[in-house]
Design a protein. Structure first.
Length: 138
């Protein structure tokens, strides 16, 4: 069984300050800011960027709280790749495929038709993968 990946949605990078990293991505790489967001409950702020040529997006996350998972990530590993997100046809089938392959999916949430699950970096060779179905808020 395969995961049923429809497309790569975004690559996420954890940074201490969004505005310190944005000039490189916008002025040098030619990315365009398409949105900013805050998640005070989880203790982070973010920005979404459009990559030239279309397709996947780039996401930056910064901690807004010293106790957030992003702050912990940065203290442990420093700035860099946080996760890669793929849209899948069906989150439950993707979860089943992971389990059949011998991986234990973790975390995630369900919000209306939006469902997500994660593949731990320990299982994937060092990368946190996020798999989601649907659109948040539906």
């Amino acid at each position: 069984m395969v995961l049923g990946i429809k497309r790569m949605d975004h690559i996420c990078m954890a940074v201490w300050k969004l505005d310190d990293r944005l000039p490189m991505l916008t002025e040098l790489f030619g990315m365009r800011v398409v949105g900013r967001f805050q998640n005070p409950g989880a203790g982070y702020n973010g920005v979404t960027l459009e990559i030239p040529g279309g397709g996947a997006q780039w996401e930056l996350l910064e901690p807004s709280d010293d106790d957030s998972f992003i702050a912990g990530f940065l203290r442990d590993r420093g700035p860099g790749l946080h996760h890669i997100t793929f849209q899948v046809e069906n989150a439950e089938k993707a979860t089943q495929a992971l389990q059949e392959f011998g991986y234990k999916p973790f975390g995630g949430r369900t919000h209306g038709s939006y469902k997500e699950v994660f593949v731990h970096p320990g299982d994937s060779g060092g990368v946190l993968f996020q798999l989601y179905e649907g659109k948040f808020g539906e």
